[in-house]
Design a protein around this ligand. Sequence first.
Ligand SMILES: [Zn+2]
Length: 276
Amino acid sequence: MLQLIDSHCHLDFPEFDQNRAQLIQQCRDRGMLAWVVPGVSHQSWLKLRSLARDQSFIKPAFGLHPYFMQQHELSHLDVLPEYLDCGAIAVGEIGLDAFDGSTDTEQQMAIFKAQLAIAKNQRLPVIVHSRKTQDLIFKAVRELHFQYGGIMHAFSGSLQQAQRLVDSGFLIGFGGAASYDRAIKLHRLLRSLPRESIALETDSPDISPSFARHQMNTPVNLFKITEILAARLDLAPQELARQTSLNVIRLLDLNVEVAGAGAGGEANVKPGLAPR
Ligand SMILES: [Zn+2]
């Protein structure tokens, strides 16, 4: 059994409408403890909220994802706090995406900063998407004196960029991208970071891992991803699962128990993070 938390999984997406219940059961049978499911647009929040109400191991976050800029309206920011008040564990998925170069970075930045301010107000961490924008994200976090940390999901920056974020209370998310043999930079990053600052994720249905590259990604793949990454770290998969789950529980203040972890022991609040 691997006591895993998938720290970034879009289980609410329509891709999972046909087999969501089976996938959840399959993962639960193998030890999955919980899923962090970040909402990406106002249109998706209602469904996510009801999913999380039905299943206690779905931990919802609500946010406006930079990839869906065309769908966002300023009025969505006004209702975001209402959604956060219903048991949200973070604000997300928020961030900046400069992948195709054509996106309106200024507009993205305005919405990102507005959501960072809401997270600060609500004393919540953030789930962050960043493509080629690591420095801009860090700058915004510093400018707003944001102290509640978060998870930098599918991280692809440098060790120096990762370390600055870790020092600001962030976890660095690793998943399918690091399962490829050619992902040497990610392997090096994984080995260089303190184990206390790593989170595991699938980002399913996106970012298919090496062993299922032509299939839709699902949370079941996190078990094998964990085995592959644990081998890179010379760790037992059980130990990597346990450590990363404790990291996520601590950061997001999740009501989830890891067998074999002393109460309040390793899950203690990390120094450097503001109390909530
Ligand atoms: Zn995502």
